[in-house]
Design a protein around this ligand. Structure first.
Ligand code: FEO
Length: 172
């Protein structure tokens, strides 16, 4: 059972994308913390951890397939943001980029009849549906509750309620 060089590159690129996502969420968490949005900070620290778990899944999969994973270096993410709404919009946009990359890999797996990678990617396809939906739901709150200080405080509390620590074994 072997994966093609093309698939190997795509999986390694994805490892880097997940590492970048983790760092971006870390920057968002840190900004939220310093800005006084405690709920958002808790939420994004958990998101950062989730993305790290995603990165690990790709590393383990590559190694399981007998291909050494390339441990990615990442660019420093921006650390200044305009508002809570802006970071949620940016996060949704980033998730859409990840979804596209996952779907492209699924297409490569289908073309190459690479059933192992296809099965491995299925979890990520479902995960991305949830991730996008999560950020879309949060964004809707700004329209529903508002954008004044009280509304933002309310949304921050909602984010706190959504900050559930992921399964550290990377199985969730
Ligand atoms: Fe691992 Fe949220 O993409």
């Amino acid at each position: 059972m072997k994966i093609s060089p093309k698939m190997k590159k795509a999986l390694n690129d994805q490892t880097a994308l997940e590492a970048g996502a983790s760092n971006t969420y870390l920057a968002m968490a840190s900004w939220s913390e310093i800005t006084g949005y405690e709920g958002s900070a808790a939420f994004f620290y958990v998101q950062a951890e989730e993305e790290r778990q995603h990165m690990l899944k790709f590393i383990h999969y590559l190694n399981d397939m007998g291909v050494s994973a390339t441990i990615p270096g990442t660019k420093s993410p921006t650390s200044s943001f305009k508002s809570l709404e802006t970071i949620i919009k940016t996060a949704l946009n980033n998730e859409r980029i990840v979804t596209n990359a996952i779907h492209k890999m699924v297409e490569i797996a289908q073309k190459e009849k690479d059933h192992s990678t296809y099965a491995f990617l299925e979890w990520f396809v479902n995960e991305q549906v949830e991730e996008e939906r999560k950020f879309e739901t949060i964004l809707q709150k700004f329209d529903l509750i508002g954008r004044d200080k009280l509304a933002i405080n309310e949304i921050d509390k909602i984010l706190n309620g959504m900050s559930v620590t992921p399964d550290v074994a990377g199985t969730a």
